[in-house]
Each structure stands twice: as C-alpha cells, then as structure tokens.
Ligand binder design. Structure first.
Ligand SMILES: *Cc1c(COP(=O)(O)O)cnc(C)c1O
Length: 379
C-alpha cells in the first residue's frame, strides 16, 4: 500500500470495542488484570498504552521500518537512540547539527565517556576521516539545520557497514514522506515529531524507528526503564497529524520552492540555501535520495545582523519563533535563537553567520507569503 494509505489505515484499525474509526485516547495509567498469573499486553502505561501502540505502529510503517518507539520529545528520542552505545565508544557526527543534539553529545554523553567528533563537511570522505577504532556510530541530520546541507545516506550506510558501525539519521527536516533512510541502508531513524509529523505546532514528541531487533530491544528497554514516554493525548495528536502528512508536505514544498526562487533573485539577498534550487551544491544528491525538497528555506542577507533585525521588524505573517514544520510560517535567526547556546567560535566553525534567516514555510497562500516577504525586504 502507498504512503498516504498507510498513514490513515494500518496500525489504526477501528476500535474493537466500539467501532470508533479514530483510535481512542486511552487516558489511563494502569489496566486491570484478569488474575495473578496472567498479565495481558497492557498493564501499566509507562510500559505500553494502546494509543501509543497505534502511533508507534504507524511511525514504523511510514519509515518502512519494523519497529517504532514514541518518546516525550525529539531530544528524548535522541537520548534513547544513543543508548546503543557504552562508555568508551565514539561518535562521528555531522558538522551542521541541531543545537539540542549537540548539547546531548557535549553536556550529557561526553562526561559519561562517549566522545563525539564533528566532520569538516558533509562529504562521505569527511566522515570517513573522523572514524577511529573506538567509533561505533555515525550520526547525521540531512537536510541539516540551519544550512540545509545534505549527507549522502546510501554511501554513509555502506561506509558504516564496511567498518562495522551504525548509521543513525535524524530525519526531522525531510519527514518520511520525502526521505526514508532505512530504505537507503541506515540502521536507526530519529524524529522530532513536534515538527512535520505532528504538523500543527501543538505538541512536543519524538520517535525512534529501526528494523534491527537487537537495537529495538535496547531502545525499548530504555524507553520503559527511563520513562520519557508521551502521554496518550499527545500520541493521539501526532497520529492525527500523520494522516495529513502527505498533503501538508506537498504544500509546504510548493510554497518553499516558490519563495526560495523568489529570494534567490532578490537584490537584498546574498545567498539562498534550499536543496530544491539548482544552485544548491547537492541538488543532484537531493534528487537521488529524497522524493521532494521539504519546506525549510534558509537565506543570508546582505547587511549582516542589522538587515536581519530590519526584516524581522517589518515582517507580519511569518511568526518569529524557534520551531518548524507547523501549518503557520515561522521565521528565525539561527545565530540569535536556535544556535545561541553555542560559543561564537563554534558558530563560526559551523558557518552559522549572523546574517542568516531561517524560514519554516507554512501552508498559507503563496502570494500572501510572497507579498509579506517582499514588503519586509524593501530597503
Ligand atoms: C526540534 C528538533 C529536535 C528536537 O526535538 P524536540 O521535539 O524539540 O525535543 C531534534 N532534531 C531536529 C532536527 C529538530 O529540528
């Protein structure tokens, strides 16, 4: 069955007790037992809950994986996926990495004896050069935040296989509608379901998907033991979001292509970063490993931070906010917002300059968004 059919049907059969076509919110902490000797599938909601089970099954289907696990946030999912490592192991991570993942690697894992090396660039050679005998995991985010650079999933998967290490992909920016890393050879996929999968800026959540039973067992045990699980109501909201993922992603992308093309021709703009533009250095790779280019557009303004501040003061429809992937268009300054916690040196190393503007393109009418942007970019 095709993606949009799976998103609506599989894993979400009508409720066996009532016929309810939507999976009920099983808002309960515990489940009555038949007898002392018999524990049924559900007994305590930290370990398992029917609403979460439906979400986890649907997430696995959409990533074409065997097992899905839902978490209370994207960073909780990241932390859970990293439990496949132990002290002394080493990670190679992409250069342009989500700020919260960087914080996990540096502030949580490093003191526990798991060190991370960041690549110089997103090329496969650059990853290979960072591998040491202790390396156990390559962690990538593609397209990356905020520069929308791509890592070659297929070639990194074969590099990882060759060296006997794992490849994990944070697939938040592309969503499984546009990119399915497990099909390209990755071992683990991580999501912040807060973003496109939930899709309405109304819930925080995360997910880990894999087809490897041994990895699944480790991460599932951690989920139950550490307990960063989403409540039934949050699971239900993400399930509802998933049903419209395809049509939302297509519209996010159509609007993004329109605005990226417009920005590229604008005299106030120095450079546009969007994998769908032929000017993007990895446009060919994007066409190969993705079936669409997504809804995130980053651009550099001529005139530095003052130009960014002027744009933000004049823009009306785009909301100044940190998140992404919702129905409403958002605008942000990566240097002052999402990556503000990094040192200036680290931001410079990552080429996150002060003149960057990141847009999460929403589902509003393209002409309305265009008019708002053009007006705000007027000198
Ligand atoms: C937001 C985000 C995360 C973290 O997810 P939360 O739901 O905020 O915990 C991880 N990776 C990427 C790429 C993100 O955008």
């Amino acid at each position: 069955m095709q993606f949009e059919t799976l998103a609506i049907h599989d894993g979400q059969a009508p409720d066996p007790h009532t016929g309810s076509v939507t999976v009920p919110v099983y808002q309960t902490s515990t489940f009555g037992r038949d007898s002392l000797d018999h524990r049924s599938e559900f007994f305590y909601s930290r370990i398992g809950n029917p609403t979460r089970k439906a979400l986890e099954a649907t997430l696995a289907l959409l990533e074409n994986g065997k097992y899905g696990l839902a978490f209370a946030s994207g960073v909780a999912a990241t932390m859970a996926a990293l439990q496949v490592l132990k002290p002394g192991d080493h990670i190679v991570a992409c250069n342009d990495i989500y700020g919260g993942s960087y914080r996990i690697f540096e502030q949580l894992l490093r003191p526990w004896g798991v060190a991370t090396t960041y690549t110089e660039s997103e090329s496969t050679d650059s990853y290979a050069a960072c591998i040491t005998p202790a390396t156990k995991l390559i962690w990538i985010e593609t397209p990356s935040n905020p520069l929308l650079q791509l890592s070659d999933i297929r070639s990194l998967a074969s590099l990882a296989k060759e060296r006997g290490i794992l490849l994990a992909v944070d697939n938040t920016f592309a969503s499984p509608y546009f990119q399915r890393p497990l099909e390209l050879g990755a071992d683990i996929v991580v999501h912040s379901t807060t973003k496109y999968l939930g899709g309405h800026s109304d819930v925080i959540g995360g997910a880990v998907i894999t087809s490897n039973p041994a990895l699944h067992t480790i991460i599932k045990n951690y989920q139950g033991a550490a307990g960063a699980i989403p409540g039934p109501w949050d699971c239900w909201l993400i399930l509802r979001g998933l049903k419209t993922l395809k049509i939302r992603m297509k519209e996010h992308e159509a609007n993004a292509i329109h605005l990226a093309t417009l920005l590229e021709q604008h005299p106030a703009v120095e450079r546009v970063f969007y994998p769908g533009l032929t000017s993007h250095p990895q446009h060919e790779l994007a066409k190969e490993q993705m079936s669409g280019f997504g809804g995130m557009v980053t651009f550099a303004l001529k005139g530095g931070l003052p130009a960014v501040e002027q744009l933000l003061a004049k823009i009306k429809l785009f909301v100044l906010a940190d998140s992404l992937g919702g129905v409403e268009s958002l605008i942000s300054s990566p240097a002052k917002m999402t990556l503000w916690a990094l040192s200036k040196e680290e931001r410079e190393r990552r080429k996150c300059t002060d003149n960057l503007v990141r847009l999460s393109i929403g589902l509003e009418n393209a002409a309305d968004l265009e008019a708002d942007l053009l007006n705000a970019l007027k000198p």
